[in-house]
Design a protein around this ligand. Structure first.
Ligand code: MAN
Length: 159
């Protein structure tokens, strides 16, 4: 296949991808955000892949490839700096079929989003062996109807 055909195919694939209501998440494509937690650095690449890297060096482990956008209910206390999920319905990105876990499942990640001034990973936990949850702030959900907090600067409790 020639290059033009390849380009066309990948453009078609991209147009079929779900970038959320009004394609709001398309702007994030190709970008990654990361955070150190424990012995690892965790990274989320929007609509692509989540990863784990040992802080002592060594190979990168895939924690899953992006599969779909979901919506979940959360009920967390919002810290004073606003850097948390808060409570209500939130957009969640599912990443599945990462590197196989010895004696366990293929690694997977749920990336839960809330409104923030900039893209930032707030918290990473391994909820069960090889099942990860990342809580991430991004401006991309600030205006999505009913999703994300009204604004990072004005948490609900203070209104
Ligand atoms: C690695 C990491 C851990 C995981 C174990 C499972 O050390 O991916 O997060 O719990 O493998 O063996």
């Amino acid at each position: 296949m020639n290059n033009l055909q390849n380009q066309l195919n990948s453009d078609k694939e991209d147009l079929d991808k779900d970038y959320g209501q009004d394609d709001i998440f398309r702007a994030l494509k190709g970008q990654c955000v990361s955070r150190d937690a424990g012995e690892y650095t965790y990274e989320v690449c929007w609509f692509d892949r989540t990863k784990q890297k040992s802080r002592k060096g060594g190979a990168e482990t895939s924690l899953g490839d992006f599969v779909r956008i979901d919506s979940i209910m959360v009920d967390d206390d919002l810290p004073p700096d606003g850097k948390g999920l808060g409570s209500g319905e939130r957009v969640a990105l599912r990443y599945e079929n990462g590197q196989h876990c010895w004696n366990g499942p293929n690694r997977s990640t749920l990336v839960v989003l809330a409104c923030a001034e900039k893209d930032e990973v707030w918290r990473v936990v391994e909820e069960e062996k090889c099942v990860y949850r990342m809580e991430v702030g991004t401006p991309a959900v600030c205006s999505a109807a009913g999703n994300g907090k009204p604004s990072a600067a004005a948490p609900k409790d203070e209104l």
